[in-house]
Design a binder for this molecule. Sequence first.
Ligand SMILES: Nc1ncnc2c1ncn2[C@@H]1O[C@H](COP(=O)(O)OP(=O)(O)OP(=O)(O)O)[C@@H](O)[C@H]1O
Ligand SMILES: [Mg+2]
Length: 244
Amino acid sequence: MGTNVLEVRNVTKSFGKLLAVNRLSFEVKKGSILGIAGPNGAGKTTLFNVISGIYPCEGSIMFADKDISGQKPYTISRLGIARTFQFPAVFSSLSVYKNIEIGAYYGGGYTKADIDEKVCSVMDYLDIRDRADLIIEDLPLYDKKMVMLGAALATDPEIIMLDEPLGGLSPREIQMSSDIFKKINGDLGVTLIIIEHLMKYLIALSDEMLILNEGQKIYFGSPEEVVNDDYVIKVYLGEDHEHA
Ligand SMILES: Nc1ncnc2c1ncn2[C@@H]1O[C@H](COP(=O)(O)OP(=O)(O)OP(=O)(O)O)[C@@H](O)[C@H]1O
Ligand SMILES: [Mg+2]
């Protein structure tokens, strides 16, 4: 079995009386793809916000033997954890190139001399170089999502956390995105943690799956078995779910 790149230990994040993440523990194997699903409000995005340092939390988050809980977002980014957002978080009035360049600066380690090479290589990798000079607000959702992914990739991450990367896309765009995620994972060895409601596609991508409900883990294990889990069916999938 591979080593763990991330260990979430007994993590709790509350908003007033609401326990958005409740004593949650799980591990992510280096080089794997972990899929996360669960009902609306289950705490999925809050978990990403806690791991990426946007919110403080109780408990510990170990990233390759280092406790990163309580660190600032830019520190966590520089250590090697990047993310995308559920609602495209891009600089809308700037170009594709500029957005990815900002990611590269944020992730650190680049001089002015080699930043152009980095940005161009990321745009080539995601096949968006022909849109380098276009302004983000004029672009379709798929391109916006690719730019967010590009900004994350430009930080040279060990882990990328993707928050609902497939939502709102056409079947063809979903397939293209899934192929890119597999390539980033397989070729570059980047560990991926993917939140997604589209279970069919998430199951196809994931090595392991975590299902959350009311901030707690209700399932962790194989993607194939998740659709047969009685409790997951009861609180999330429903009896008549389609997953094939
Ligand atoms: N900044 C905040 N202040 C107060 N409550 C919050 C905040 N962020 C999230 N919450 C609450 O925490 C709970 C978990 O929200 P979260 O966004 O993590 O859910 P989610 O699993 O990502 O849901 P979805 O599938 O709809 O994206 C919800 O009840 C939400 O209203
Ligand atoms: Mg969410």
